[in-house]
Ligand binder design. Structure first.
Ligand SMILES: NC(=O)c1ccc[n+]([C@@H]2O[C@H](COP(=O)([O-])OP(=O)(O)OC[C@H]3O[C@@H](n4cnc5c(N)ncnc54)[C@H](OP(=O)(O)O)[C@@H]3O)[C@@H](O)[C@H]2O)c1
Length: 194
């Protein structure tokens, strides 16, 4: 069984964006060391257009071959006219409203989200599945998440979009690694306690 990994950027107080979900306060703090970390360990988490701009086009995928996004997160790309924001991965977008996919590389999941994600996890592959977010989708899939990779940026927001839009329930995770970067970003990896 391969893992579903929620790979996400958040503030010290656990928000993944402003109250509308906008994560640009964090994106503005990305520096060369963080890019080097992504290049070395998670190049596939950089959207295709960003990879091109950063000269990362040729890098092979390291951890993931599949991405699952919520429709609101995918909308950010669509608004820029980009229909396949992660063209180097198999792309799945959860949506009950989108209907037909606007791109041959993007498959829409309209029904049985949990069943579809379980089927992706059951596929025979050396690569894991990247859960991109946002809060709504992560909240629906919290029981399926095997690993968290949390990039915590050194900012406090006070309010914003939570990491999970879900009801109250305790799920235990084990800390696997911590990496502190010079700009104050902390990358913590947790695995789910089974
Ligand atoms: N900080 C970070 O690293 C990071 C990463 C990713 C995203 N974000 C932020 O997160 C924000 C978006 O988060 P969000 O919570 O508003 O939305 P979201 O999770 O991206 O998308 C929610 C949508 O997904 C679809 N969906 C959810 N559950 C479903 C199910 N069971 N079956 C079928 N479709 C389902 C629905 O689409 P329909 O309404 O079409 O049915 C729902 O409206 C963005 O603003 C983005 O900036 C931040």
């Amino acid at each position: 069984m391969r893992k579903l990994t929620y790979f996400i950027a958040c503030s010290i107080d656990g928000f993944i964006g402003d109250p509308e979900g906008d994560a640009s306060a964090m994106i503005s703090l990305v520096d060369e060391e963080l890019l080097e970390f992504l290049r070395a360990e998670y190049p596939e988490t950089v959207p295709t257009h960003g990879r091109r701009a950063l000269g990362m086009d040729d890098l092979p995928n390291k951890r993931f071959d599949t991405i699952v996004q919520g429709r609101a997160s995918y909308d950010l790309a669509l608004k820029e006219g980009i229909t396949s924001p992660y063209a180097h991965l198999r792309e799945y977008v959860a949506s009950r409203t989108l209907g037909e996919s606007p791109d041959p590389n993007v498959e829409i999941i309209a029904d049985d989200l949990v069943g579809r994600v379980r089927a992706l996890k059951a596929e025979d592959s050396a690569y894991d599945v990247y859960l991109c977010g946002g809060a709504g989708l992560a909240g629906e899939l919290v029981d399926e998440i095997d690993e968290l990779v949390i990039k915590t940026y050194p900012i406090v927001q006070g309010s914003g979009m939570p990491m999970f839009a879900s009801g109250f329930a305790i799920t235990e995770f084990t800390l696997e690694s911590v990496r502190a970067l010079g700009n104050g970003v902390l990358v913590r990896t947790y695995s789910r306690k089974h």
